[in-house]
Design a protein around this ligand. Sequence first.
Ligand SMILES: Cc1cc2nc3c(=O)[nH]c(=O)nc-3n(C[C@H](O)[C@H](O)[C@H](O)COP(=O)(O)O)c2cc1C
Length: 364
Amino acid sequence: MKITSARKIDHIKLSIEKSVESNVDTGFKDVRFVHMSLPEIDLSDVDIHTYFLKHRLLAPLVIESITGGTPQAMKINSNLAKAAEDLGIAIGVGSQRAALENRNLIDTYSIVRDKAPSVPILANLGAPQLLDENAVDYAREAIKMLNANALIIHLNALQEAVQPEGQTNFKEVLKKLSEISKKIDIPLIAKETGAGISIEIAKYLKSAGVKIIDVGGLGGTSWAAVEYYRASKAKKGNKAKLGKTFWDWGIPTVASLVEVSSIRGMISIASGGVRTGLDVAKAIALGANLVGMALPLLKPATQDSIKVKRVLDNIIQELKTTMFLTGAKDIKSLRNMPVVISGPTKEWLIQRGFNIKYLIKKRS
Ligand SMILES: Cc1cc2nc3c(=O)[nH]c(=O)nc-3n(C[C@H](O)[C@H](O)[C@H](O)COP(=O)(O)O)c2cc1C
């Protein structure tokens, strides 16, 4: 078995069995809506549809990139894709590097298009793969494998730095992103994997042709944590210590979302520690176009699609309830809902020079 597939098996197992979340809060706790005692709408009329990649989604949600490349991954992807299709939401796959190394593994990814024919699917490659001389061909192949609607390039410098076999050359990734964005005919998404993206980086990404940013912020799955467990198991003490030290490294999700969403014209996806429909609503009020989750869906996806749907149905119910309690009848009005920001998130945004008053919007 190729090393990439063996690593994927470890990632799934550890993410399910161990406690791999960050100790630092996403920032959602610092954000509050102003309760509306007179919503003047009927909860059953709350409409959560939205548009993404020229598709009408039934909810502003995306199943984040998780896996592919192993028999278990095929089952997980199949269950996630069935749930995405039934609920009319977008879905990503894990890094497709494994299938580019071994074409026999293509099915473990393409099952997603088979089971989810009508929703947007996001292909996925890592920044280190961009440095390969065949990067443009890889990107085209990854897209073709899924008939994908957008290509994610994940920026996972933290993970590569703490991973025992990590690829730590990130030189000229921006230049490569720029080249690839010109050579593919679907949008390019830049995505972090748990350490968040700042406004400065988002501006560079925009200049390289990136149309959509998935903030992948701190507060949910920590890749330093996952790699800590792998390194400990492999008795690689130095890497294990690195993983422990950088367990909570990064920009919390809410801070990163506000930073990235402040860029005009940027489409943003909020992810990293999103755990309730209330978090989803807060992310949308703070500027997110879509909201994504990975870890809460992983274990249910090892079982069946009904279990995945159950988790997402709960999220949808909570989102609609939040909208009812703020008087937001649709996603557009939710975007205009005032929020109050306090605690470490307020401090972060003020120190970073953001005028948080604009977030405390008035209802029109
Ligand atoms: C088991 C597992 C595997 C993942 N693999 C990938 C990947 O291959 N590519 C990627 O861009 N993100 C990957 N992620 C990161 C997620 O897409 C997401 O950004 C991150 O886990 C934060 O969301 P969460 O807190 O809801 O898990 C993976 C996450 C998990 C839990």
